[in-house]
Design a binder for this molecule. Structure first.
Ligand code: COS
Length: 390
C-alpha cells in the first residue's frame, strides 16, 4: 500500500520543528549569515527541545526516530536557515557509522555524550586529495599494541572547530585502495588540531574547518566495526544521510518559493501585480511541481530505510533532484525579484548562496548521477530477499 499521509505524531513533530524554525532560527538567520555567527544558543535550545540527535536509538538515550521523521524535521529547520540546520544535523552524519557498526561500549560512551549534553560530533572523510574520490585518502592509522596512531588532515569538516569527537576514516592498509580504509572514533582531547575555519559563499552560520591528526593515539577499541571495512561503512552512511540532505534542499527550495510567491503578489509592473503575468506564473508553477517531486523522492528514500530496504539508488535520485531543485528554485526566486533579488537587503540572495552547497556536499550532483548510472546499468549484487512469485 502506498500512503503519503503523515501520522498525527508526525504532523505534530513537523509543526514543532516549524515553530522552532520560525521562532528561533528565521529571525536571526540573515544576521548570522552576514557575520558567520556560530549558532551556539540555537544549538542548545534545539537540543533542549529534542530537535537534535533524533536518530540515536532509545537504548543510547536518543529518540529513536525514523528516517522519515528526521526528514520532516530537517526540511522545516532548513526552511528556517540551512546553514544553522547543517550545524544542528551534523551529529546525524557523524553518528551514523557508529550506530551501524560500533561496539556496544563505544556507542554507550560516544552516543551517550551527545544525548547527555548539547555536544557535537563531526564526520571526517574528505581530504584535499580525496573529495569525490574517497579511496584516494592519505590519512593513516597504524596499529601499535593496544592503540592506533593516526596521522593526516581532513578538510571541509562541518562543526570541526567545536566537535567533542570525530568519526575519522583512515588507511589501515595503504596498498589496498578502498579495501584498506577503516573508521574510528577520535575524541577531541586525544590531540585533534583545528587548523582553520573556512570563509564560505553560503551557509555562513555553519562551521566548516580543516582538522589534523599528528600522531594522535586512540585506544584500539575505538575502531568502528572491522579493520579495512570503512569504505563500505562510509558508503552505507551516505545512503542513510542523503535523504536528510535532500530534505534540507527541499526546505531551501520551499523558502525561496514562498518568498517569490509573496513578492509576486505585491510587486506591480505594467499596472498589475507581477503574479498576473504568465511569465511569472510559469516560473512559480515549475517551482511548485519540482518542490513537490523533490519531497516525494526524499520521503521515498527515507521510507525505504525505515522498511529496512537498500536505498542507494533512490537516495541518490532524491539528493540529486532536491539539490538541483534548490539551486534552480533559488535562482528563479532571484529572477522573480528582478534586480532586488541581487541585493543583500532582500531575502532570496542568501538562499541563492545557500542552495549551491546542496549540489556539492555529501556527494556532488555529478557523483549522484554516477551512482544512479552505475545502479541502473550495472547494479551491485546484494543479498535481497527472494522475489515473491507473481
Ligand atoms: N553501500 C555499500 N557498499 C557500497 C556502496 C554502498 N552504497 N557503494 C559502493 N559500495 C561497495 C562496492 O560494492 C564495492 O565493493 P567491493 O569492494 O566488494 O567490490 C566498493 O564499495 C567500492 O565501490 P566502487 O567501486 O563503486 O567505489 P569507487 O571508488 O568507484 O567510488 C563513489 C564510488 C564515487 C560513489 C564514492 O567514492 C562516493 O560516493 N564518493 C563521494 C563521497 C562523498 O559523498 N563525499 C562527501 C563528503 S562526506 S560529507
Amino acid at each position: 500500500m502506498v500512503d503519503f499521509t503523515l501520522t498525527d505524531e508526525q504532523k505534530s513533530l513537523r509543526e514543532m520543528a516549524h515553530d522552532f524554525a520560525a521562532r528561533e532560527i528565521r529571525p536571526v538567520a540573515w544576521e548570522y549569515d552576514k557575520d558567520g555567527t556560530w549558532p551556539e544558543e540555537i544549538i542548545k535550545k534545539a537540543w533542549d527541545v529534542g530537535l537534535m540527535n533524533s536518530h540515536i536509538p532509545e537504548e543510547y538515550g536518543g529518540a529513536g526516530a525514523s528516517y522519515l521523521d528526521g526528514c520532516l524535521i530537517e526540511e522545516e529547520l532548513s526552511w528556517g536557515c540551512s546553514g544553522i540546520q547543517t550545524s544542528l544535523g551534523c551529529n546525524g552524519l557523524a553518528t551514523a557509522p557508529l550506530i551501524a557498526g560500533g561496539s556496544d561500549e563505544l556507542k554507550k560512551e560516544y552516543l551517550g555524550r551527545l544525548t547527555e549534553a548539547p555536544l557535537l560530533a563531526s564526520f571526517c572523510l574528505t581530504e584535499p586529495e580525496a573529495g569525490s574520490d574517497v579511496a584516494n585518502m592519505r590519512t593513516t592509522a597504524v596499529k601499535k599494541g593496544d592503540k592506533y596512531v593516526i596521522n593526516g588532515s581532513k578538510c571541509f569538516i562541518t562543526n570541526g572547530s567545536y566537535a567533542n569527537w570525530y568519526t575519522v576514516y583512515a588507511k589501515t592498509d595503504k596498498e589496498a585502495g578502498h579495501r584498506g580504509i577503516s573508521a574510528f572514533v577520535v575524541p577531541r582531547d586525544a590531540g585533534v588540531v583545528v587548523d582553520k575555519k573556512e570563509d564560505k559563499l553560503g551557509q555562513r552560520a555553519s562551521n566548516t574547518a580543516t582538522v589534523s591528526f599528528n600522531d594522535v593515539e586512540i585506544p584500539a577499541d575505538h575502531l568502528i566495526g572491522e579493520e579495512n571495512h570503512g569504505f563500505k561503512l562510509a558508503m552505507s552512511t551516505l545512503d542513510r544521510t542523503r535523504p536528510g540532505v535532500a530534505a534540507m534542499a527541499t526546505g531551501i527550495a520551499r523558502a525561496a518559493f514562498e518568498f517569490a510567491t509573496d513578492y509576486s503578489r505585491e510587486r506591480v509592473t505594467f499596472g498589475v501585480p507581477i503574479a498576473m503575468h504568465q511569465a511569472i506564473q510559469f516560473i512559480i508553477a515549475d517551482m511548485a511541481t519540482e518542490i513537490e517531486a523533490a519531497r516525494l523522492l526524499t520521503w521515498k528514500s527515507a521510507v525505504m530505510l525505515d522498511n529496512g530496504e537498500r536505498n542507494t539508488l533512490v537516495s541518490s535520485h532524491a539528493k540529486r533532484f532536491a539539490a538541483d531543485t534548490a539551486m534552480k528554485t533559488a535562482t528563479e526566486a532571484v529572477q522573480v525579484y528582478g534586480g532586488y533579488g541581487f541585493i543583500k537587503e532582500y531575502p532570496v540572495e542568501k538562499l541563492f548562496r545557500d542552495a549551491k552547497i546542496m549540489q556539492l556536499y555529501e556527494g556532488t550532483s555529478q557523483i549522484q548521477r554516477l551512482v544512479i548510472a552505475r545502479e541502473t546499468l550495472l547494479p551491485r549484487r546484494v543479498q535481497e530477499p527472494a522475489a515473491v512469485p507473481a
